[in-house]
Design a protein around this ligand. Sequence first.
Ligand SMILES: NC(=O)c1ccc[n+]([C@@H]2O[C@H](COP(=O)([O-])OP(=O)(O)OC[C@H]3O[C@@H](n4cnc5c(N)ncnc54)[C@H](O)[C@@H]3O)[C@@H](O)[C@H]2O)c1
Length: 460
Amino acid sequence: MSHADDATRNAAVFNRRDFVRLGAAGLGVALGGASLAAHAADPRETAPAAAWPLVNQPLKRVRVGFVGAGGMGTNHIRNLLRIPGVELCAVCDIVESKVKNVQELARKAGQKKPKGYSRGPLDFKRMCEKEDLDLVYTATPWEWHVPVCVAAMENGKHACTEVPAAVTLEECWQLVETAEKQQKHCLMMENCNYNRFELLTLNLVRKGLLGDVVYGAGGYCHDLRDVKFSKDGEGLWRRAHAMKRNGNLYPTHGLGPVAQCMDVNRGNRFQYLVSLSSPSRGLQEFQGTLPADDPRRQEKYVLGDVNVSLIYTASGQTITVVHDTNLPRPYSRISMVQGTKGIVEGYPDRVYIEGKSAKPHTYDNAEEWYPEHDHPLWKRHNEAAKGAGHGGMDYIEDFRLIECLLKGEPMDMDVYDAAALSAVCELSERSVAGKSAMVEFPDFTRGNWKTNKPLGIIGA
Ligand SMILES: NC(=O)c1ccc[n+]([C@@H]2O[C@H](COP(=O)([O-])OP(=O)(O)OC[C@H]3O[C@@H](n4cnc5c(N)ncnc54)[C@H](O)[C@@H]3O)[C@@H](O)[C@H]2O)c1
């Protein structure tokens, strides 16, 4: 991201000097003016809405080309190789040994050898052009997600990507516009939406047990210092973002499940956010543990260790989203949804519903709620998911992707979800850069959110 880009973005953001000049009485006018100007400036938001949801013909089998066979990619490939109806036809990675590893996994699973592509960082384009595929799945570093998805769709394939789907707002629009033009599915694989506790929460919300949902909180609170300084895997690319960007770089694990409970893009939408970042200290302290001549000691980081964003939805709910990956701490996604009748909160997983929980003002252990309220997907796949990545949620996520394609049904998550959730990356950076200025979410659905029906996976 260049300084010129930042300047353009910040032009639409409320300027603190304006606040001082106008005083509190002028605040509403100033904020309204800033946000209206930001919207009027982008003609894409006033373009006609697309016909949606996108429904494609049922497929007899799903021919997959996979791009990025690293840690997470291999995890998905292992799942895909055991989901009925999947043919892994091609695999692409800049590292040839990773391609060979996947070819070996396919052989062991009794599948034909997938065609290998490893002629450099743009070889996925050749794969998309040459191969007969139904779906291109990418688990590359963040900056490659959009180029891969766009190449896939422009060559007539559905696309799905690991999280976040996009780094910038411009990229979010690219995904939306290409999916609409090519009439292809393009989804972000947010596995946490399929975790058992998050789906229990969704089930409780759908059953009305939480009452009206008014607040949610989610985050990605994970000590990634070892990962970021590893000489392999994410250490090769993730730390670089901390040198250029300050905001919430990875918002979707915490926010995705909350958005689902609040029917975002299906009767509701994210309207605006404000964001604050703490000082940047964690990675700098970690540098002190590196050998004296390690060149990484010279790196400069700008990413605030703990970024907190507040989102306001069109229905008037509030959401806190946290990004916290540079400090020593146990893992948490917070996973909280609160309604007029009760609250569900993770780490540890707890449920309190007034009049139904065992004791007033006291959480039940979530285990007590599974026998009656476990989500149908978990009732159906509990056994198959055992041993799969991230407690099994990755298997259920991949299963639903393939099931929807085979049945020709709309996806659980679509390109508008990918865009709205990923938009938090740049919006939080803009807000932090503008002293926590309010920034509005683009309406990627162009009004369709008002009539889109809430997600129906409850009966799956
Ligand atoms: N959903 C989750 O729980 C979860 C967990 C971990 C990672 N992720 C996401 O998965 C993605 C990959 O993360 P990872 O941990 O597997 O990282 P990784 O570095 O282990 O894997 C990335 C792979 O992409 C390959 N690659 C890089 N550029 C490429 C290009 N231009 N073309 C083809 N291959 C390319 C690399 O060689 C590597 O094998 C990231 O988006 C990350 O955010 C998600």
